[in-house]
Design a protein around this ligand. Structure first.
Ligand code: HEM
Ligand SMILES: *[C@@H]1O[C@H](CO)[C@@H](O)[C@H](O)[C@H]1NC(C)=O
Ligand SMILES: *[C@@H]1O[C@H](CO)[C@@H](O)[C@H](O)[C@H]1NC(C)=O
Length: 263
């Protein structure tokens, strides 16, 4: 009887511990918000780099922190623009004791919120890995729509999810510093319209191809016409990206911490 009771109690405590977001994330959220929201209320360069870092950590294998822990950031040309944020988040993970893989995804969700984008469900508990993922996995700015569609399909993402995910380029610069839409501090639908119309300060050919290919142009136009249509498609696609190579059932939801930070 006694043993039965205590094992039930233990199981209940374990379930509760799993369900509750560790309180350290509240402090992490405060620090990230300071880093990501600029004095004019739009997002900073650190925020855009953090959003991109999520993609570059997850895509070559899993969302496992290896971009920082195996220094894929320092070793690979496609990551050159993210060396600064890799250092910042690597130090923050060490200092606060949170997982590096988790911090990268948490920071991306914070960056999206800092850019005025939608709330992403953000979970923690990923396994950190310090072995590098295979090289040459990232899509490039020269890729046409068919190439991008098949690369995304190979990872389980639809063409619509692909088009929705590149909406993050609404808060992006290219390597020369030029903005990919006229409202770079805000993650908004202007990006889709301006890319399609050729009126953005600069555009990546990969985005232009998605805007003008028959396989993706209707989604492209739809997201330009309606920011709610975009966020409806973007939110689940971004959450799926943030979980690549991880078992969602073993993770703990920390979304409330993020929401509270921007309340
Ligand atoms: C479809 C495939 C994609 C391609 C070909 C692509 C390519 C690029 C390129 C070329 C840049 C500019 C940096 C440079 O000139 O080297 C860039 C920036 C960026 N990308 Fe992508 N990207 C893709 C998908 C994504 C996804 C899925 C995300 C996030 C979920 C993302 C987030 C960003 C962000 C936030 C920046 C701005 C970085 C900054 O300004 O510091 N991209 N991307
Ligand atoms: C579509 O975009 C590509 C990449 O920028 C460009 O080379 C091509 O001319 C565009 N096609 C049309 C029909 O606008
Ligand atoms: C984009 O273009 C569509 C169609 O012209 C228009 O309805 C929509 O308001 C535009 N969106 C933005 C954000 O300007």
């Amino acid at each position: 009887m006694h043993m039965f009771k205590s094992s039930v109690l233990l199981a209940a405590l374990v379930a509760q511990a799993r369900a509750q977001c560790p309180s350290v994330w509240t402090d992490v959220a405060t620090d990230l918000k300071t880093l990501f929201v600029g004095s004019d209320g739009t997002c900073t360069d650190d925020a855009r780099a953090a959003i991109r870092l999520s993609f570059h950590d997850c895509w070559p294998g899993a969302c496992d922190g290896s971009i920082i822990l195996a220094d894929e950031c320092g070793d690979r040309t496609e990551n050159i623009q993210m060396v600064g944020i890799c250092g910042t988040l690597g130090d923050m993970a060490t200092d606060s004791g949170v997982g590096t893989a988790d911090l990268i995804q948490f920071a991306a969700a914070m960056g999206i919120a800092a850019a005025g984008g939608p709330s992403i469900t953000v979970k923690v508990g990923r396994e950190d890995v310090s072995t590098a993922n295979p090289e040459n996995q990232m899509p490039t700015r020269e890729d046409d729509a068919a190439t991008l569609i098949s690369a995304f399909a190979a990872k389980g993402f639809s063409a619509t999810e692909l088009v929705a995910l590149v909406g993050t380029h609404s808060a992006a610069r290219d390597a020369s510093g030029a903005a990919l839409d006229s409202t770079i501090g805000k993650m908004d639908s202007n990006f889709y319209n301006e890319t399609a119309a050729g009126t953005a300060p600069t555009s990546l050919d990969s985005d232009r191809f998605l805007s003008n290919s028959s396989q993706t142009s209707s989604d492209w136009a739809k997201f330009g016409a309606s920011s709610s249509a975009w966020s409806t498609a973007f939110v689940p696609a971004m959450e799926k990206l943030s979980l690549l190579g991880n078992d969602e059932a073993s993770l703990t939801d920390c979304s409330s911490v993020l929401t509270a930070a921007f309340a």
